[in-house]
Design a protein around this ligand. Sequence first.
Ligand SMILES: [Zn+2]
Length: 450
Amino acid sequence: MPLTTLALTAELPELGESLAWSQLEAWAVAMREELPAAALAAALEDLQDRLIDQVCGPKWLPVRDLPAPFGCPGCGVMDDFARKGKRTRLRRFDTAAGIVQIRLANVGCRSCGRVFAPLLLMLDLSGKRRTDRLMIELAELASQMSFARAGAVAASFGVPGSAGRAHSAVADLAPLLDGVGRPEVPGAPTGADVVILDGTGMRAGRRRLGVDCNLALGLTSRGGPRRRRSAGTVLLGLTLQQPWSAMAAQLRALDAPAVVVVDGEIAITTLAETVWPDVPIQRCWWHLPRALRWALYADKAPHPWSNAKRTELVALLRRVAREHLTHGQALAAYDAFTATITAEGHHAAGEVLTGAREQVFTCLRPVLRARLAHLGGPELGSGVLERVMRELNARTDIGGSRWSVDGLRDLITVQLARMTNHPAWTTLRQSLRPPNAIAFNITTAKFNAG
Ligand SMILES: [Zn+2]
């Protein structure tokens, strides 16, 4: 394979002549920002020169009828091209390695007269100002921090980034994540043993209360050593600014789960019962203590006592899981706990607990317990749900800004695809971020033989 060699020169002061280490380090950091793009530009021009020689013959000795590895965009013929010189203006690409600027060489088709730059054609870069890899890198950052911060972080590594670029990267990437929340798309997850339905409010649109973001997350078992098996999360459904009933179509396309986890909201339970009438319903262990705390607030119970009761309920649920209590034992403990609330006359809190009673230990019923054993216990993803909701809210709350519904949908799509390793996301990442297969050496040969 032909070698491309790049030379690097630097004017280094002598040691001792006011040369501080920090200056050397600053030089190296400046190179980190500029070197990759410069190397890429030089390599591209090298490849381009070789291509033109191959297709048109040597510069001063044109050869007719040579075959080309590309077709004319005008008429499609694949031979007999003539040199048409280089463009005067540099062509700029924003890439994940920095801003690349190259002088494009043109060829002319002797058959139809069309003049074009074959390099762009062969690299599938025609019409592109920003590479797809840069898009995914910026969007990935922007799904974890504000657009401004994502742009700044990228820029600090010499990658063309700004708030506006990060924003448009998310908007461009989201539609490519085909199948996120759409199980009917080939390759999208088709179901999970446990489906969790949960919603959160987000500041978007014109309404003062914002919009509802409703999610269906699935828990599947993921490999790993025995006893340390962890659950994987998949995104199965997503709606924004729509009632829960709007998710029915997405859920119907899925295989029925072993259990569906709900937070107690009536619309969610209704949806679950409508779509999967035979699937048992489990009350979410993360939401229940929170709902209890709110109800105690409504009951005007003393705050320290209310907080202690919430903690007690969390501990009770953990103990049920840790000590492998039977369904009967767990319910007995739960009833004893409920009695301590109702004894104080807290009506709303008592209703929350009795209302949830029938569903709170569904997962402990022997058949279901056996079916879900491979997920590592009856916690049923309450930890996963908590993490997903926290991260979602943390990202969408940044700056207290109000989102457009479309902008929010794009961001949430990218964020959830990343967090749950959605197949659409993984595939895109693999194709846009392949491992490097081009060998290179950084030699220490000295060229300044003088
Ligand atoms: Zn042509």
